[in-house]
Design a protein around this ligand. Structure first.
Ligand code: SF4
Length: 417
């Protein structure tokens, strides 16, 4: 006959129980025996305990309110959990406590099947999208941003280079009667590896051979050595993902500091390379609007509108595998401490919070309106009118407007198709 002990030990196997501190494990086990929690009740209690711990908030022992009925106990903890989860979080005194062992990676170079050119992996007709094409020059990333979806795509401790990449790129035949916008920063960081395996040589040659391509290098790195030492074709744009120092220091591990990213962009702009900036994800926390405003103002003071092709905005959007992967990690992160609403089948902020952050961002760049291309990345159609005062009827309209504006900035001819 199965005792509750057997049931308990079986139940905890598929939860984060092993990750919890010993005193929390002992506490939950004692309470489980006392109240004979069901598997579902146990799973939820352990999930909340793990989240409280990762958020650096009061732990399960501190928030526990006992009662004779298991159901009431769960209701009480869930109420506290939702209050803590949905209020603007504070990073004051927060310690991500990263384990270096968590960030080890190795390189592999092998002949990959097929060729990593395709539609942006998160593009959808349910959101207003720019139809970006993505080119996977390298698979997986050496930075460790807690919210990143790449961690659910690739086994993150292996960075893979395709030994056939150069030749495949050389033999790629594009339609000469259209202008392409191709990005290389979706499957890895575009610059952090420099010209390892000749990747940048191949991409620069590709840009030279295909003048009807706007090739975007997207990065959180300050590794601009290759760009400084080589002639940069004018149809190449280099864009930085920026965030406040609070988020960079607590959630974008191993990536370059804000100051280094802006300094690198300035150095390339001095060389005549058209740059751009992505604020994705904008993260809500206490006093966040003020901190983002300081970054927006710094850009306006550091760059001329004619040097900047784009400002994009987006926010945290999670698929279940990323949430699970994140909860398994051995570090602290407050990234999941946020109110969730359904966003085209994914979990993201409610629309009113998005409207607040995107409107604030767009209004902060008033000086660059109609001089720089602004867009919301992967966002609800309705937010465009509310935040920008205009909207597109189709993704194709957005793509045309975006790419023709990049062409104007880089001085290449836009082919209407
Ligand atoms: S808007 Fe963002 S998600 Fe959509 S296609 Fe463009 S880059 Fe991809």
């Amino acid at each position: 006959m199965n005792t509750y002990k057997d049931k308990f030990e079986t139940s905890i196997k598929s939860t984060y129980f092993a990750k919890l501190k010993p005193e929390q494990q002992a506490f939950i086990e004692t309470k489980a025996y006392a109240h004979k929690f069901s598997y579902q009740q146990l799973r939820l209690i352990i999930e909340m305990a793990n989240d409280f711990e990762m958020w650096g908030e009061k732990n399960i022992i501190e928030v526990w309110q006992d009662h004779t009925h298991a159901k009431v106990i769960l209701q009480r903890i869930t109420k506290i959990y939702n209050e803590v989860k949905n209020r603007p979080k504070s990073y004051k005194d927060f310690n991500p406590s990263i384990l270096r062992s968590e960030q080890k990676f190795s390189f592999t170079t092998k002949e990959k099947e097929g060729f990593g050119l395709g539609m942006c992996p998160v593009a959808s007709e349910e959101t207003r999208c720019c139809n970006l094409m993505t080119l996977d020059a390298v698979e997986s990333c050496g930075f460790d941003c807690s919210y990143c979806t790449i961690q659910s795509f690739y086994k993150e401790e292996k960075i893979t280079f395709d030994s056939g990449f150069k030749d495949k790129l050389k033999s790629l035949k594009l339609d000469p009667n259209r202008t392409y916008h191709i990005g290389t920063g979706q499957s890895s960081d575009s610059l952090m590896w420099g010209n390892k395996e000749g990747v940048l040589d191949a991409l620069f040659n590709f840009a030279r051979q295909n003048k009807n391509v706007i090739l975007e290098f997207k990065t959180k790195s300050d590794n601009i050595k290759y760009f400084l030492e080589n002639d940069v074709p004018k149809n190449i744009i280099c864009t930085w993902s920026l965030n406040t120092s609070t988020i960079i220091e607590n959630e974008e591990h191993l990536a370059a500091s804000l100051e280094k990213r802006i300094r690198s962009a300035r150095a390339l702009a001095d060389k005549g390379v058209i740059v751009g900036f992505h604020f994705h994800p904008i993260v809500q926390y206490d006093n966040y609007l003020q901190e983002y405003k300081e970054v927006y103002d710094e850009l306006i003071n550091t760059f001329k509108a004619k040097e900047v092709s784009l400002i994009s905005m987006g926010t945290l959007t999670f698929i279940k595998p990323v949430i699970n992967k994140l909860r398994q990690r051995n570090f602290n992160s407050k990234i999941l401490q946020m109110p969730f609403d359904n966003a085209a089948g994914k979990a993201s902020y409610p629309l009113e919070i998005k409207e607040e952050m995107f409107k604030h961002a767009y209004e902060s760049f008033k000086a660059w309106h109609n001089k720089v291309y602004f867009y919301l990345c992967m966002e609800d159609h309705s937010l465009w009118k509310k935040c920008f005062g205009y909207e597109y009827a189709t993704n194709a309209d957005m793509e045309r407007d975006m790419v023709s504006s990049y062409c104007k900035k880089t001085g290449i001819d836009y082919i209407y198709s």
